[in-house]
Design a protein around this ligand. Structure first.
Ligand code: SF4
Ligand code: SF4
Ligand code: FES
Length: 264
């Protein structure tokens, strides 16, 4: 019998070798260590399903029974961003990382948590800083009460199409993991939040808070802190034009700075 790759399913006799960075809890760096596991290969398996197999039988290659590896996942279709981790040195989602492309000849697959966020346990990190950043830039459309508001403002389909790619952000953190400006000692807000400023300012209703959004990224940690290395756009799994968004927000903040008083 052949699978969809034309490979024989007897390949399932093959083992997948995983090397995983582990940590027992938050603020427990002394427990940081590597553990290795081998699990049966299944056609089309992804890193998420390999981790599930470890969860079922958490025994290392040395034969030691250990606590199951912990990670997050929800949608399993690269939409929620929760399974983001560093796989073979590249930040990406475990649910869309296919074993046969990562390890075509049975090479070891290394898996680590993202390094720019506090580790909660094993591969689970705390991304609260991202959600705080979205609050800072008012990444929402305000509703004036719960009464009937009538139809929303009209928007040309071309404008909607321009805005749509920007709306695909899943707050995964890849752009921050890859960004040299984003770290513990820097207040930089990050590419995804600057993209949110552009997205919501483009929306006919969201534009009501345009000035507040621009002002939120004009100070410390704002758009001026971007070093323009463009790593963010290289790793964004949703192919969001982040460099364009950053350039747009930089232009708009400059205009706001120079001519904002005219609008008051
Ligand atoms: S902009 Fe892209 S890489 Fe950054 S959080 Fe959103 S989806 Fe992830
Ligand atoms: S362009 Fe470079 S410095 Fe700016 S957000 Fe992207 S990765 Fe970070
Ligand atoms: S589980 Fe949602 S992106 Fe992977």
């Amino acid at each position: 019998m052949a699978d969809t790759n034309g490979k024989k399913s007897s390949e399932s006799g093959r083992l997948v070798h995983l090397r995983i960075r582990r940590q027992d809890g938050r603020d427990m760096p002394e427990t940081r260590r590597w553990e290795e596991f081998k699990v049966p290969y299944l056609p089309q398996m992804n890193v998420h399903s390999a981790l599930q197999q470890i969860q079922r039988a958490p025994v290392t290659v040395q034969g030691k029974v250990v606590a199951p590896v912990v990670w997050e996942a929800a949608c399993l279709e690269e939409v929620c961003g929760s399974c983001t981790m560093v796989i073979n040195g590249r930040v990406r989602q475990a649910c869309s990382a296919l074993v046969h492309t990562l390890s075509p000849k049975g090479e070891v697959i290394t898996i680590e948590p993202m390094s720019k966020f506090p580790v909660e346990r094993d591969l689970v990190v705390d991304r609260s800083r991202m959600f705080d950043a979205l609050k800072r830039v008012k990444a929402w459309i305000d509703l004036d009460g719960t009464h009937e508001l009538g139809p929303g403002p009209r928007e040309a389909p071309e404008h909607q199409q321009e805005r749509y790619p920007l709306s695909r952000c899943m707050t995964c953190g890849c752009c921050l993991e890859a960004c040299p400006q984003y770290n513990d000692s820097s207040p930089f807000i990050g590419a995804f939040a600057l993209n949110a400023v552009r997205l919501y300012n483009m929306h006919p209703s969201g534009a009501m808070h345009r000035t507040a959004r621009l002002e939120s990224v004009m100070g410390e940690g704002g758009v001026a802190d971007c070093g323009k290395a463009q790593n963010c756009v290289e790793v964004c799994p949703k192919e969001i034009p982040l460099v364009d968004s950053i350039a747009d927000v930089a232009r708009e903040t400059t205009k706001q700075l120079l001519f904002g008083w005219l609008l008051k």
